[in-house]
Design a protein around this ligand. Structure first.
Ligand code: GAP
Length: 482
């Protein structure tokens, strides 16, 4: 993990936020290559979910064809949203403070944390530690709207993007021609005031989510749950995560969130974990009608096997819903019902981190003198690689830079992220590209001027093939479609 973190800083994937001021715990910046990588992760997700989704195809094992649409909702929403969603009351972690060193720990992380005064011990085990009893801590970031002081002006930075889809359910139904079953997807920032952010970007206070709420008939919800659970697992496999490092784990009943009647996590064997351990990459939850009903009727709580509106001492809803009709009327069957929801909720940062970890690879390759040298290579899927092609003139004369620049410009015009490099020996230039995951290097040499051909080098196999320069754009496009 240390090597991956070092590479991320050295090559401009990920930096600590506000680093020149000592950094800010739980916040990260993506550098030039990291921003491209993360954008490719987001695009791969959005293309799969929305842009390239064919709504006329009937998925195997699930009941019907379906539409998928995207939205972008605001980061700050009406405070009542978080009261009805349950976040206001339930989005809490138990924390303990140390009165001696003034540090704060998640109660369930104390045994895996270091005492800041005596790092060889856990908090509470050093003689000077003065830990408080565990106390509740709401993870939502508070802010104030306008000039209003006090509770009236209090608002929250969204802790998930999901609520944007629920509160816009009626808007989407009324403004488009979608019919149940359909999905609303969104990519955007979320904020959680994590007590102990850690493990690089894995647990951050500001992060990006890629969430989709799929609205379906209650009787078909189990089949859709199964469909999305499997489809989301395969998305990671198709983008290069190996089956040995990925698992789909069903939650036990006591692990389920307050709204969920079934959840499975896609989990990855991050290198900061012990052997055999996995960390959450994405959750796929069967949320029933919890969210739409809560936003209609008021915050729900479980009463036996039922969800009922929570009441205060006077018998009024503890948190009032919108009172708006969030049912769906099926004009074929003449049935009116509240759709059930299946939610695949992924993290763009955790995904990016998993792709980086999976890609990191070391081997030995001969240098120009034939001596074996350590090589660091990022085996990123071509769709995710920040730079797809590096164009390299063998030497800086004899018309090679001009020929290479022509190819570079053709690639750029075709919308292919490319890089031109004429500095240093060719072996060093290859290694610079291997280290950032560039799948293809194109070398222009003495023969290019004679017969118009160039060498195309494959990052993973190191195979080199000669081909006409005029075919490069087509060939690269083929590789990127794989
Ligand atoms: N709407 C449901 C929901 O938000 P979640 O499991 O709390 O579910 C979904 O979050 C995904 O968001 C997680 O699987 C993870 O990838 C990402 N995520 C959650 N908290 C995070 C954090 N503190 N830092 C980075 N990513 C986080």
């Amino acid at each position: 993990m240390e090597q991956i973190v070092a590479l991320c800083k050295r090559r401009g994937f990920i930096f600590q936020s506000s680093e020149i001021y000592g950094g800010l715990n739980g916040f990260w910046d993506y550098g030039p290559l990291g921003a491209e990588l993360k954008r490719n992760v987001r695009n791969a997700w959005y293309n799969d979910m929305v842009t390239n989704h064919d709504e006329f195809s009937v998925p195997t094992g699930a009941p019907q064809a379906f539409s998928m649409v995207g939205i972008e909702s605001s980061l700050i929403m009406h405070p009542q949203v978080w009261k009805c969603s349950g976040h206001f009351d339930l989005f809490i972690d138990m924390m303990v403070d140390c009165r001696e060193c003034k540090s704060r720990f998640r109660a369930d992380h104390v045994k895996s944390s270091e005492c800041p005064l005596k790092p060889s011990k856990h908090p509470g085990e050093f003689e000077k530690c003065k830990l408080t009893e565990p106390r509740e801590f709401n993870l939502m970031f508070k802010t104030t709207i306008g000039a209003m002081a006090g509770e009236e002006g209090t608002a929250y930075l969204r802790p998930e993007t999901a609520q944007g889809m629920f509160v816009n359910f009626k808007n989407v139904l009324d403004s488009t021609r979608v019919k149940v079953p359909f999905g609303i997807a969104q990519v955007g920032k979320s904020f959680r005031n994590e007590i102990t952010p850690r493990n690089f970007t894995f647990r951050s206070r500001e992060f990006e989510q890629m969430e989709m709420e799929f609205f379906c008939h209650p009787s078909e919800s189990r089949a859709w749950y199964q469909y999305w659970r499997d489809r989301r697992y395969n998305w990671y496999i198709n983008l290069g995560i190996s089956k040995e490092n990925l698992q789909l784990r069903d939650h036990a009943a006591d692990e389920l969130s307050h709204y969920s009647c079934g959840t499975a996590d896609v989990e990855y064997a991050y290198p900061f974990l012990d052997a055999g351990e996995y960390g959450e990459l994405e959750g796929i939850a069967h949320r029933g009608d919890f969210d739409l009903r809560s936003h209609m009727e008021g915050k729900l709580v479980k009463s036996g096997n039922e969800l009922v509106v929570e009441k205060d001492a006077e018998g009024n809803p503890r948190h009032r819903g919108s009172g708006k009709d969030l049912t769906f009327f099926d004009d074929q069957t003449r049935e009116r019902y509240i759709p059930h929801v299946i939610e695949p909720a992924a993290g763009a940062d955790r995904g990016t981190l998993a792709f980086l970890c999976e890609a990191y690879h070391e081997d030995e390759q001969p240098d120009e003198k034939g001596e074996m040298q350590k090589r660091v290579m990022m085996r990123l899927h071509p769709k995710l690689a920040p730079i797809k092609v590096a164009v390299l003139p063998l030497i800086k004369k004899e018309g090679m830079p001009e020929a290479a620049l022509k190819i570079y410009r053709e690639l750029k015009e075709a919308g292919i992220a490319s890089y031109y490099d004429q500095q240093a020996a060719i072996g060093r230039r290859y290694r610079r590209q291997d280290e950032i995951g560039t799948p293809i290097c194109i070398t222009v040499d003495g023969d290019t001027a004679k017969d118009g051909t160039v060498t195309l080098r494959d990052r993973d196999t190191l195979a080199q093939v000669r081909m006409p320069a005029s075919k490069i754009v087509d060939e690269v496009t083929k590789v990127l479609r794989r």
